[in-house]
Design a protein around this ligand. Structure first.
Ligand code: NAD
Ligand code: G6P
Ligand code: MN
Length: 441
């Protein structure tokens, strides 16, 4: 079998060790000849980079390995870039969450003003990453899950329409694990229909391979319990705040009991509830710093101190096998069916062609072929049109350096109550994002 060379961009990410362990677990399906980590924060990456070096020496010494901050070294001779960068790191995530909350508005990594702020920081770095990849490995594919994926995907559509970049999200993957458990199946037993935007969508069908429809049964369960399962089946979204989110899906379903909602809809359909139950002094960024980041980096430091990974290993990000499935689909033309963020072009029949939507696609060596989802109801269509326009205005504001458009984007977000509040939040965000955003006029 052919062997592949991968660079993980955002090598210092809390997800990197989990992805590496998952890759090692999948070598029989997706063999590696080279693995490189790339980050622009030398010190942060070095901690994980050195620990991963021990892991590889012990588990897969044949794989050529390095970690680097040099783009040429990182991107030369690669087949895939797995990208999970966070421009501004947790320090800026914390501001994305806390600034809107100070104004009584949802403070979230990818939704509402926080997501818009993060988008304005990410676009430039992501485009630069694509350009670097194309310079040193013109045939490579980028599998991107850097957030905010909706805005990043729209920026790619506008600024790098011909680049080989696939944008993917793990929320539907995690929720499908729960859904499968609810009906006593495995995710690979099921085929879904789904429409929406990233962090903004609905399942309209969940069938087994024989064509039996499980949606009514799942709906009955979710109407009672949300996506909470008795046994923990998700490997990622497990903290108490996530459990609360899974439970809230019950109220999302109530708004339109026909379809199964993406958990992220809570920020748009129940923003008042979200604000009321948020602690403006301690947000998700603080939880992650005290939780996942601490665990991952202290494990790495232990491995480095002991000089071996034996006896203290990184946890495998089992949920991330979808990244290998996606890489395999391209590498081996498997025609796997997966949800991706792609340009609509008629996939949702009554939605704009140039909208980046999240829909099931068949993926092969030429990339994704989206599967037609037909016409969608007016309630969802109107919500999606409002949100996709926010995302488009952000990208235009970035390109044109337009204060006006960014103010409009914030004003249009369903999470923001008025143009006045939008302006007050925007002015605070501009101050906080100095050095990250382009100048606006
Ligand atoms: P993190 O801060 O731990 O890691 C991000 C890393 O990216 C940091 O080491 C940082 O130094 C590095 N970085 C920042 N800008 C860079 C650049 N221009 N070039 C190279 N490296 C750069 O964050 P995390 O919590 O591990 O998350 C990583 C990313 O993955 C975030 O964007 C997060 O939102 C995203 N994510 C997406 C999904 C999804 O569903 N799409 C799921 C999980 C995480
Ligand atoms: C889900 C989403 C990601 C998001 C992550 C945040 O997986 O799909 O897009 O980045 O949650 O998780 P965290 O644990 O960092 O709050
Ligand atoms: Mn996501």
């Amino acid at each position: 079998m052919k062997k592949f060379s991968i660079v993980i961009a955002g090598g210092g990410s809390t997800y990197t060790p989990g992805i590496v362990m998952m890759l090692l677990d999948n070598l029989d399906r997706f063999p590696l000849r080279k693995l490189k980590l790339y980050d622009n924060d030398r010190e942060r990456q070095a901690v994980l980079g050195e620990a991963i070096e021990s892991v590889l020496k012990e588990k897969a010494p044949d794989i050529e390995y390095c970690y680097t901050t040099d783009p040429e070294e990182a991107f030369t001779d690669i087949d895939f870039c797995f990208a999970h960068i966070r421009t501004g790191k947790y320090e800026m995530r914390e501001k994305d969450e806390k600034i809107p909350l100070k104004h009584g508005v949802v403070g979230q990594e990818t939704c509402g003003p926080g997501g818009i702020a993060y988008g304005m920081r990410s676009i430039g770095d992501m485009i630069e990453l694509i350009d670097i990849m194309e310079k040193y490995s013109p045939d490579a594919w980028m599998l991107n899950y850097s957030n905010p994926a909706a805005i990043v995907a729209e920026a790619c559509r506008v600024l790098r329409p011909n680049s080989k970049v696939l944008n993917i999200c793990d929320m539907p993957v995690g929720t499908l694990r729960r859904i499968s458990h609810i009906i006593g199946k495995e995710p690979q037993d099921l085929e879904v229909r789904y429409f929406g935007l990233n962090h903004f969508g609905w399942w309209t069908s969940v069938k087994d391979k024989e064509g039996n429809e499980y949606l009514p049964q799942i709906r009955d369960y979710v109407a009672e319990n949300g996506y909470l399962t008795q046994k923990e089946v998700d490997t990622q979204h497990t903290d108490a705040s996530w459990q609360e989110t899974h439970k809230k899906a019950k109220d999302l379903l109530a708004v339109d009991p026909r379809f199964l909602p993406n958990t992220y809809l809570k920020y748009y359909l129940y923003p008042d509830y979200v604000v009321k139950t948020s602690n403006p002094e301690y947000t998700r960024a603080n939880e992650v710093i005290a939780g996942r980041e601490k665990t991952v980096f202290s494990t790495a430091r232990q491995i480095i101190e002991r000089g071996t990974a034996e006896g203290c290993e990184f946890e495998m990000g089992a949920h991330a096998t979808f990244v290998v499935d996606l890489a395999r689909a391209i590498a081996f033309n498997t025609h796997e069916r997966m949800l991706l963020i792609v340009e609509n072009n008629g996939t949702i029949a009554n939605f704009d062609d140039d909208a980046m939507v999240e829909v099931p696609c068949i993926v092969g060596s030429d990339g994704p072929e989206p599967l037609s989802q037909g016409k969608i109801p007016e309630f969802q269509r109107a919500l999606m049109y409002q949100q996709v326009t926010v995302e488009k205005l952000v990208v235009q504001a970035y390109i044109e350096g337009s204060y006006q458009k960014l103010w409009q984007a914030l004003t249009l977000s369903k999470t923001v109550p008025s143009a006045q509040v939008a302006k007050e939040i925007l002015d605070d965000l501009i101050e906080a994002n100095k050095g990250y955003w382009p100048d606006l006029n």
